[in-house]
Design a protein around this ligand. Structure first.
Ligand SMILES: NC(=O)c1ccc[n+]([C@@H]2O[C@H](COP(=O)([O-])OP(=O)(O)OC[C@H]3O[C@@H](n4cnc5c(N)ncnc54)[C@H](OP(=O)(O)O)[C@@H]3O)[C@@H](O)[C@H]2O)c1
Length: 484
C-alpha cells in the first residue's frame, strides 16, 4: 500500500525582496511543497510566479491579514527587515518579529525559518543588532514554535548590494587607497547556497531551535576585491593605509557605487567587526551542501549579468517606499507638467513604441543629452541619492518595483503605460509617464513641488527639460522601428 504523501504548505515572506524572490523561484522549481507568498503589493510579484504560487496580500503589521495568510502553513520563512524606513527601524523590526511569531503560534505553524546576519552582539553595528534582536524574538518561545535561524554575512550574487559594490569599485578604479576596515575578516556566501540552506531547512529533521551559521572562504574585503578583479580579468592595485575613516569611506562608496549614503554607512559600520561563522552547524546538519568559493560566486553573478538573467536586486525593495508604490502610481496631485506628444509615423506600432519606452536608461542611456542626465545623476549622488549607478535589472524587461537609474517603476500596463517615480533628491515629488496611445506617445513629466524651493527648481531646470524631454520622447518613437 502506498503511503499517502501530504504536501507541506510553505509561506515565504519578503518574497519581493532580494533573497525572497530567489527562494520563491527555487521552491517552485525544485521543492515538493505548495508555495504561498505574503506580499505587501501583489503587483510586484514577477510574471511567471504569479500563477504558480498562492499570493496573499498583507504585512506583519496587519494582524488579520497575517493570520489569514498563515492558516494551514507548516513552515514559514521570515525574510523581512524594516531598514530603509524613515521611522525607527529597530523598533519596527521588533514589532514585526513579535507579530509574526505570535501569529505563527496561533495558526499552528510548526517551524519558522529566519535568515539573519552573521556576527556577535558585542561588536555588532546597529543594523546587525536589529537582525540579532529579530532572531531572538522569533526563537523566544521554543516550547510553542521551533525556529531555524540561518545567519549569513555578505551575500554574493547578481544584483546583491555587496557584489554590486565590489563590481563597481573594481571596474571603475584601477588604483585604490584602502582604509583599515577592508582588512576585517568576513565570510561571504553565494546567493544560490543561501537559498539551498533555506530550502533544506523545510524538511530537515531536528528537535528544538537551531542556529546555523553559513559561509564559504574566510576573506577580507580587500581580498574579495582582489579576487573579483582577477575573475573580471582586470589588474587592480590596492594601497592599504592604517586609517579607519568610515565617513570618508561612505562618501567614496556613494560616489563610485550605486548604493545611497545610509546604506554605505551601515555597510562600513558593519565591516568594522568580524563576521565569521560561530558554529559548525552548517556542515554538521547540512553536509550535502558544499558552498561555492567567492571566486565562483563572482563568476556566476557576472555570468547572470551578461546573460541578462538577474532575478532580483538589492534595490527591489527600499523600506517603506517600494511597498507603498501604489501611493505613487497616480500623479494626479502634481501641479507642474511638461507634456510632449509625438505622433507615430506611418507603419509605427504602439506595442513597438511601448517596448522602446521600456528600454530606456541603464546601459542604453538617455540618448542625445545623456551627459545632462549623467550630470543630474552625479548631483544626486553628491547629496546622498542613488544617482544613475543603479542602472537596470535587465536590458529589455521592466517589472513593477524595478529600479531604473534614479527612477522606480511605479506602474506598468503592458503596451499602454509606463510610470516612473523619481527617487532622486528633489524639492518635491516627480513622475515620468509614457502613455502609449494607438497613434501617438504622450510623455509627461509631473512635478509636485515642495514650497517655493520646489517651484524655483522646476523653473530653473525648465530649459534643460526642454532639451532632454523633447529628445527622449522623439527618440523613443523613432527608435521603436529599429527595436521592433
Ligand atoms: N541581502 C543580503 O546581502 C543579506 C545578507 C545577510 C542576511 N540577509 C538577511 O536576509 C533577509 C532578507 O533580506 P533581503 O536582502 O532579501 O531583503 P530586501 O531585499 O530588502 O527585501 C525585504 C522584503 O521584506 C518585505 N517586507 C518588509 N517589511 C515587511 C512587512 N512589515 N511585512 C511584509 N513584508 C515586508 C519587503 O517587501 P516590499 O517589496 O513590499 O518592500 C521585501 O520583500 C533579511 O533578514 C536580511 O537581514 C540579507
Amino acid at each position: 500500500m502506498h503511503e499517502k504523501h501530504i504536501q507541506k504548505t510553505v509561506l515565504v515572506t519578503g518574497a519581493t525582496g532580494y533573497v525572497g524572490r530567489r527562494l520563491t523561484e527555487s521552491l517552485l522549481e525544485n521543492a515538493s511543497c505548495s508555495v504561498r507568498l505574503l506580499v505587501r503589493n501583489p503587483a510586484k510579484v514577477q510574471a511567471g510566479i504569479a500563477h504558480r504560487a498562492d499570493i496573499r496580500k498583507g504585512s506583519t503589521f496587519d494582524k488579520d491579514l497575517l493570520a489569514a495568510a498563515l492558516n494551514g502553513v507548516d513552515t514559514a520563512f521570515y525574510l523581512i527587515h524594516s531598514m530603509g524606513d524613515t521611522q525607527d527601524y529597530r523598533e519596527l523590526d521588533r514589532l514585526s518579529a513579535e507579530n509574526f511569531r505570535d501569529a505563527c503560534i496561533a495558526a499552528g505553524v510548526s517551524r519558522i525559518v529566519y535568515l539573519g546576519g552573521l556576527g556577535v552582539k558585542e561588536s555588532a553595528s546597529d543594523h546587525l543588532l536589529s537582525r540579532i534582536e529579530t532572531g531572538e524574538i522569533l526563537s523566544a518561545k521554543p516550547d510553542r514554535i521551533q525556529t531555524i535561524w540561518v545567519r549569513a554575512a555578505v551575500i554574493i550574487g547578481s544584483g546583491s548590494a555587496s557584489f554590486e559594490i565590489i563590481r563597481h569599485l573594481v571596474q571603475k578604479l584601477p588604483v585604490m587607497i584602502t582604509p583599515r576596515w577592508v582588512r576585517t575578516r568576513i565570510q561571504p556566501i553565494g546567493v544560490d547556497d543561501v537559498v539551498s540552506y533555506l530550502q533544506a531547512s523545510i524538511d530537515f529533521v531536528h528537535e528544538g531551535n537551531l542556529m546555523v551559521d553559513i559561509g564559504s572562504d574566510v576573506l577580507t574585503f580587500q581580498q574579495m576585491m582582489q579576487q573579483a578583479s582577477e575573475v573580471m580579468g582586470l589588474k587592480r592595485i590596492l594601497f592599504p593605509v592604517p586609517v579607519l575613516s568610515p565617513r570618508l569611506s561612505s562618501y567614496w562608496l556613494i560616489l563610485f557605487t550605486p548604493i545611497p549614503y545610509k546604506m554605505a554607512s551601515a555597510l562600513v559600520e558593519g565591516m568594522k567587526s568580524e563576521t565569521i561563522q560561530q558554529n559548525d552547524h552548517a556542515t554538521r546538519y547540512f553536509p550535502n551542501i558544499h558552498p561555492i568559493s567567492f571566486r565562483e560566486a563572482v563568476g556566476r553573478a557576472i555570468g547572470e549579468l551578461e546573460k541578462n538573467q538577474v532575478i532580483s536586486r538589492w534595490c527591489d525593495s527600499t523600506g517603506r517606499q517600494a511597498c507603498d508604490i501604489k501611493e505613487f502610481d497616480n500623479p494626479a496631485g502634481a501641479i507642474l507638467r511638461d507634456v510632449r506628444i509625438i505622433p507615430f509615423e506611418k507603419g509605427q506600432q504602439s506595442e513597438d513604441v511601448f517596448r522602446s519606452a521600456c528600454e530606456i536608461g541603464g546601459a542604453r542611456g538617455w540618448f542625445r543629452y545623456d551627459f545632462l542626465w549623467r550630470l543630474r545623476g552625479l548631483m544626486d549622488k553628491l547629496v546622498g541619492g542613488y544617482g544613475l549607478n543603479r542602472g537596470r535589472r535587465l536590458d529589455k524587461e521592466l517589472r513593477l518595483g524595478d529600479a531604473l537609474d534614479f527612477w522606480k517603476v511605479a506602474d506598468i500596463k503592458s503596451g499602454k503605460r509606463l510610470l516612473l517615480y523619481a527617487q532622486m533628491k528633489l524639492p518635491g515629488q516627480a513622475w515620468l509617464e509614457f502613455d502609449v496611445q494607438s497613434d501617438q506617445l504622450v510623455q509627461t513629466a509631473h512635478f509636485l513641488p515642495r514650497g517655493v524651493l520646489g517651484r524655483l527648481y522646476w523653473y530653473l531646470v525648465m530649459p534643460l527639460h526642454h532639451l532632454v524631454f523633447n529628445d527622449l520622447a522623439r527618440t523613443i518613437v523613432s527608435s521603436s522601428t529599429k527595436s521592433a
